[in-house]
Design a binder for this molecule. Structure first.
Ligand code: ADP
Length: 328
């Protein structure tokens, strides 16, 4: 049985082979599977969980490639729909000289945006212990309604709901719509993970306690804010704390946040009681979950790309044993 269902975009990232160039200058690109919810699904599968992915790809070679990658990683792909009339989502990415990422998305519309409520595998969602989603699937219809439909099924069945908005401002019509819709998407969530930049965007503050208190008022009982190499901070009505990150020589931070979510949910699964309302675990458990998730996030920075860098449980345990050592 599928323990965790991840819903959202799965796409091809075409990553510039040269860094320090804009997309105009980039001479060649390497294809890599991407999409935050798909990365989380693979992350959880590597950690030994039974995971299903729900989304939509085009009936094209890239869609086939993505389904193949998920299958190879033991992710259940029976919830992936295919579209004969729209292509698989693509993104072209390069790291510019100033350290910022230059992004260009092909979704006019892409297949992922055309997921419909009828395509949601209701039984798989209702029988899971955790349902995880992001905000990219909330941007346009019919995918937005499909996401809310899945959220309603999960809520009704007492499935714990996890949300990582993964702000991609240039996919939204404007910043205000992005803020409103991401906050609106929170009303179903039991657990929410964001990074400190997203915290500032959503709440207007980088102050962890104040920001978390504001987010709490939108619904989630448990909020975790990640701060790159700084580690992670957790907040609930009965517990709050900061867990410092591991010291590593990061090569590529792509997928660190998704690895973190996979690690955190893997840990949280032990505390989730299916069919019962979610209660945030106590301080010690949350600290342990952040520590484990920090390790997964740190390991994800040691290798290029998101999916190739996600560790197995044995690798995380080994890393924690030699905590903080540079490299693995
Ligand atoms: P996102 O990718 O969502 O922006 P972060 O960059 O905050 O998320 O990374 C998520 C987690 O991954 C951090 O909380 C931390 O535990 C780990 N991590 C990320 N970057 C580093 C780094 N340079 N060194 C050590 N750990 C890191």
């Amino acid at each position: 049985m599928v323990q965790v269902v991840c819903l959202g975009e799965v796409l091809i990232d075409f990553v510039s082979l040269e860094s320090g160039v804009s997309l105009i200058e980039a001479p060649a690109f390497k294809k890599a599977a991407g999409g935050a919810p798909a990365n989380v699904a693979v992350g959880l599968a590597r950690l030994g969980h039974n995971v299903g992915f729900v989304g939509k790809v085009g009936q094209d070679s890239f869609g086939e490639f993505l389904i193949g990658i998920l299958k190879e990683n033991q992710v259940n792909v029976s919830g992936i729909a295919t579209d004969a009339d729209a292509r698989t989502m693509l993104a072209f990415v390069s790291l510019r000289q100033d350290g910022e990422r230059d992004f260009m998305f092909y979704r006019h519309p892409s297949a992922d945006m055309r997921l419909t409520p009828e395509e949601i595998p209701e039984t798989m969602v209702a029988n899971a212990s955790i349902f995880h989603y992001g905000s990219i699937s909330l941007i346009s219809e019919p995918c937005r309604s499909a996401t809310f439909h899945a959220l309603e099924i999960a809520k009704k069945a007492g499935v714990m709901i996890s949300y990582d908005p993964n702000l991609r401002l240039n996919l939204w019509p404007n910043a205000e719509t992005a803020r409103q819709e991401i906050l609106n998407g929170m009303r179903f969530a039991d657990f929410m993970k964001i990074n400190d930049d997203e915290l500032e965007f959503l709440t207007g503050t980088r102050q962890l306690h104040d920001g978390a208190t504001r987010l709490r008022s939108f619904g989630p009982a448990l909020i975790v804010i990640t701060s790159g190499s700084g580690g992670s901070y957790f907040y609930s009505d009965r517990a709050e704390g900061m867990v410092s990150g591991y010291r590593v020589q990061a090569v590529d931070t792509t997928g660190a946040g998704d690895g973190f979510v996979a690690g955190f949910l893997s840990c949280l699964l032990r505390c989730v009681k299916s069919g019962e309302p979610f209660v945030a675990p106590a301080h010690a458990e949350l600290e342990a979950c952040c520590r484990f998730a920090n390790a997964v996030g740190a390991i994800a920075t040691l290798t290029r790309g998101a999916i190739p860098a996600l560790p197995t449980r044995a690798q995380v345990e080994e890393f924690i044993k030699h905590q903080g050592t540079v490299g693995m």
